[in-house]
Design a protein around this ligand. Sequence first.
Ligand SMILES: *[C@@H]1O[C@H](CO)[C@@H](O)[C@H](O)[C@H]1NC(C)=O
Ligand SMILES: *[C@@H]1O[C@H](CO)[C@@H](O)[C@H](O)[C@H]1NC(C)=O
Ligand SMILES: *[C@@H]1O[C@H](CO)[C@@H](O)[C@H](O)[C@H]1NC(C)=O
Length: 311
Amino acid sequence: MLFPILLTLLTTAHALTPSPGCGKALPQGTSQGSTGASNTLTLTSSGRTRSFLLHVPTNYSPTSARGLIFSFHGRTRTAASQEVLSGFSDPFFNRDLLAVYPQGVDNQWQGDPEATTDDVAFTLDMIDYISARYCVDTDRIYATGKSNGGGFSANILPCNGTATQRIAAFASNSGAYYQEPVSGTCPAETVPIPCLPSRPIPLLTLHGTADTTIPYSGGSRRSKCLPSLPHFLQNWAFVNNFATSNATTQLYGNRVQKYEFGGQEGFLTGYRVEGLGHSWASTVGNSDSGVGTYLNATSVMMEFFGKHTLK
Ligand SMILES: *[C@@H]1O[C@H](CO)[C@@H](O)[C@H](O)[C@H]1NC(C)=O
Ligand SMILES: *[C@@H]1O[C@H](CO)[C@@H](O)[C@H](O)[C@H]1NC(C)=O
Ligand SMILES: *[C@@H]1O[C@H](CO)[C@@H](O)[C@H](O)[C@H]1NC(C)=O
């Protein structure tokens, strides 16, 4: 009885798809280490030079394929600031996976009302560039971000059928999920969200109730319409073919609600964090907020990513 179970566990643990970079020595001059030790790299995407920071963990080996996490900065912020804020280069949160902090043109991302760049193409180009030179498990590529970067991760990338063939799961913290207004008004509970994903999408959001930039309840902003978080998540449940009702878990003395859809733990999940502003959730102060909150977004995301692979 035990043998088949053990075999299944072993097979699952070893299932991975090594990228063409596996077996190649690290490109000359590559630096390995924690926050601040990342490598500034560039490539040409849609005819423009684009840059990104690549974190290579200390324990990197060209013969062991590992996952890759994209962390997109908020509008007006930078790749370097997102590395510090989201902490995916910090071994406290992530010892093994590669992490990428892309830099937006004019410090913003596709999905922002003013952005005109094709950042989906940029993301696909970064995946190609990195997996050709470093040893990536192409079944374990993930995307997350803050604010405009979270909107890009959870409202733009997962709606592109090419990106969802390359990226396994999507997350965001205080994401800005801009939609088109309806006859000049913003019905935050019903605004159409024209996203038809090519498969059920694992997705995680964290959002604070004290966010006055991108409010939990949505509303008009910069001539666009922000859906409320319940509408945004229920729409994801709908397009994933799940019921739009959720299983609610109360955490931290009812200050944090965890909403899970589809009856599958950790597939489509929203965290509502009482008192959190427009900030990357952290139990200690960070560059977004001097005061900590109940949980670390980065830990919640790492656990979520760990549950999902493309195959
Ligand atoms: C995804 O976006 C890329 C870059 O814009 C585009 O070339 C591709 O056609 C899109 N894929 C789908 C299925 O929409
Ligand atoms: C989850 O369900 C509860 C109870 O119906 C509701 O109050 C809450 O808004 C729902 N959460 C989301 C994100 O849809
Ligand atoms: C949250 O992350 C910080 C590092 O940014 C760490 O010091 C703290 O212990 C973490 N909190 C929990 C509850 O793990």
